[in-house]
Design a protein around this ligand. Structure first.
Ligand code: XMP
Length: 435
C-alpha cells in the first residue's frame, strides 16, 4: 500500500463507516480496526499518518468498558480522540459532528494540518496497488470466480483480468431465474469483449425440476443455494489445478458498525459450504471498498454502466418474485413484465433515479374477460422503492402516464396476465421483496 493511511480504532462507535467514508471522500485512505489491535499490526501499517480513537455508545464488552492500550498514544503518530475520555488524552472532539460539512472541517484540520497526510487515495492508485497485490499473491497459479453478473463479482472479474488475464477462470451459472437477457449480457461483456475464460452452465432445467411443487419460500431459497454450490463444485473439479478462489467481498461485509471488533466480524466466509476437498485460498481485492467505491472501480476499469449501476438483485433471482411453487409459465410472466417495466422506466428517464423496481407474480388468479370469454389469469404487481440502506424504504410515487403505458404493454404482451397493480407499501411494515 503506497497510500497514506488513517487508522480508525473502533471503541464502540456506531459511526465507524461514516467516518472512514468521510476521510476517503477527502482523498485520504482510511481503515477501521478493533480497539485491541496489536501494536505491531497498527504500527506495521505502511504510511500510517494518523489514528482516530472512535468512541461511542457500544464501548462496553462483557460488562467492562473498552479502551485502547497506552501504546496508541505513545508514538509520534498523531491521535484524534472522539467521545472517549482517557487519562492520557483529554477528549478533543466530544462527538462526531452530525453535519457532514462540519465533520469534513474537523477532519481536514486533522488530516492535512496535524497529520500532514497526502491526498493520494483514488481509484487509479487503488487499482495499481491491487494489481500488484494480486500478482504477488497468486503468482502463476489459476484463480476461480463465480461470476453472477452482479456489480461485485463483475468488478472482481475485471480487476483480476487486468492483473492476471487468462489465469482467471470464471463460472457463470444460469439458474433459470435470471432477468431477461442477463446471462447473455454477462457472456457478451466477459467472453466476447474481455476474452475471459467463462464456463457457462445453463442449469435452468435442473433448477426448475428441483423447485417444482415447492412453495415454501425458505425451502425454495435452500434449494437454489444448494444447487448453486453443487454446480459450482462440479465445475471447479473439472477445472484442474485451481488454488485460489476470488470473491466479491466488500467492506460493509466485514465491518459491522458499532461493534467492538469490527475487523474480526465475518473475516472468513467462503462461497458458503463448498465441500472439504475443494478448499481454496481466497482472493478478495474489494474487501476494503464501500459499494460506491466498487462502482467507481468498475467504471475506472471500463465496465459498462448497465453493469456498474445495476440494481440490487437477490441471489435467488426471480425465484423470490414468482410466489409460491414456481412454474415455467408464471416465471415467464415475471421475466417478461420485468423487462417491460425496466424498458419503460428507462425510456421515461427513471433509471438511476428510482433505487429498485421490479415485478411480482403471485400464485392466485382472478377473473377477467378476453375475446368475449371469461378467463382466469394472473395479476402482475409492480414494486418501485427508494432507500439508502435497504433497511427502510419508501414507495416511488406513481408516475401515471408511465404506469399506464406499462400496464397496456403487459396486458397486451404477456400471456396469462389480466391485471396490473402498484404496491404502495413502505418498508416497514412490508419488505422490499414479496417472497
Ligand atoms: P427485503 O425484501 O429484505 O430486501 O426488504 C432488501 C434488499 O435486499 C435484496 N435481497 C437480496 N439480495 N440476496 C441478495 O443478494 C438475497 O437473497 C436477497 N433477498 C433480498 C432485495 O432485493 C432488496 O434490495
Amino acid at each position: 500500500m503506497k497510500q497514506d493511511l488513517i487508522a480508525i480504532l473502533d471503541v464502540g462507535s456506531e459511526e465507524n463507516s461514516r467516518l472512514a467514508r468521510a476521510i476517503r471522500a477527502l482523498g485520504v485512505y482510511s481503515e477501521i480496526y478493533p480497539h485491541d489491535i496489536k501494536k505491531e499490526e497498527l504500527f506495521g501499517q505502511q504510511n500510517l499518518r494518523g489514528i482516530i480513537v472512535n468512541g461511542g455508545p457500544n464501548n462496553v464488552l462483557n460488562g467492562k468498558p473498552v479502551a485502547v492500550k497506552d501504546f496508541v498514544y505513545d508514538s509520534d503518530v498523531p491521535v484524534l480522540v472522539i467521545d472517549h475520555k482517557t487519562k492520557k488524552h483529554p477528549t478533543d472532539v466530544k462527538k462526531l459532528p452530525s453535519s457532514d460539512a462540519k465533520l469534513a472541517a474537523v477532519l481536514k484540520d486533522f488530516l492535512f494540518k496535524t497529520c500532514k497526510a497526502e491526498k493520494n487515495w483514488n481509484m487509479d492508485n487503488f487499482i495499481a496497488d491491487q494489481v500488484e497485490a494480486i500478482r504477488a499473491q497468486v503468482g502463476k497459479k489459476k484463480v476461480l470466480l463465480a461470476l453472477s453478473g452482479g456489480v461485485d463479482s463483475s468488478v472482481v472479474a475485471a480487476l483480476l483480468l487486468k492483473a492476471i488475464g487468462d489465469q482467471l477462470h470464471t463460472v457463470h451459472v444460469n439458474h433459470g431465474l435470471m432477468r431477461k437477457n442477463e446471462s447473455e449480457s454477462v457472456l457478451k461483456v466477459f467472453r466476447d469483449q474481455y476474452k475471459a475464460n467463462v464456463v457457462y452452465v445453463d442449469a435452468t432445467d435442473r433448477y426448475l425440476d428441483k423447485l417444482a411443487g415447492v412453495s415454501n419460500p425458505e425451502k425454495k431459497r435452500k434449494i437454489i443455494g444448494k444447487e448453486f454450490i453443487d454446480i459450482f463444485a462440479e465445475e471447479a473439479k473439472k477445472l484442474k489445478g485451481i488454488e485460489f478462489l476470488a470473491q466479491g467481498t466488500i467492506y460493509p461485509d466485514i465491518v459491522e458498525s458499532g461493534t467492538k471488533t469490527g475487523k474480526a466480524v465475518k473475516a472468513h466466509h467462503n462461497v458458503g459450504g463448498l465441500p472439504k476437498d475443494l478448499q481454496f485460498e481466497l482472493v478478495e481485492p474489494l474487501k476494503y471498498l464501500f459499494k460506491d467505491e466498487v462502482r467507481a472501480c468498475g467504471k475506472a476499469l471500463g465496465l459498462p454502466d448497465s453493469m456498474v449501476y445495476r440494481q440490487p438483485f437477490p441471489g435467488p433471482g426471480l425465484g423470490v418474485r414468482c410466489l409460491g411453487a414456481i412454474t415455467r409459465e408464471r416465471l415467464a410472466m415475471v421475466r417478461e413484465s420485468d423487462a417491460i417495466l425496466r424498458d419503460e422506466f428507462e425510456k421515461a428517464g427513471l433509471n438511476g433515479k428510482v433505487w429498485q423496481y421490479f415485478t411480482i407474480v403471485p400464485d392466485m388468479t382472478s377473473v377477467g374477460v378476453r375475446n368475449n370469454g371469461r378467463v382466469e389469469e394472473y395479476p402482475v404487481i409492480i414494486r418501485a422503492v427508494n432507500t439508502v440502506d435497504a433497511m427502510t424504504a419508501t414507495v416511488e410515487p406513481p408516475h401515471w402516464k408511465v404506469l399506464k403505458k406499462i400496464t397496456d404493454r403487459i396486458l397486451a404482451e404477456v400471456p396469462g396476465v389480466n391485471r396490473v397493480l402498484y404496491d404502495m407499501s413502505p418498508k416497514p411494515v412490508a419488505t422490499i421483496e414479496w417472497e
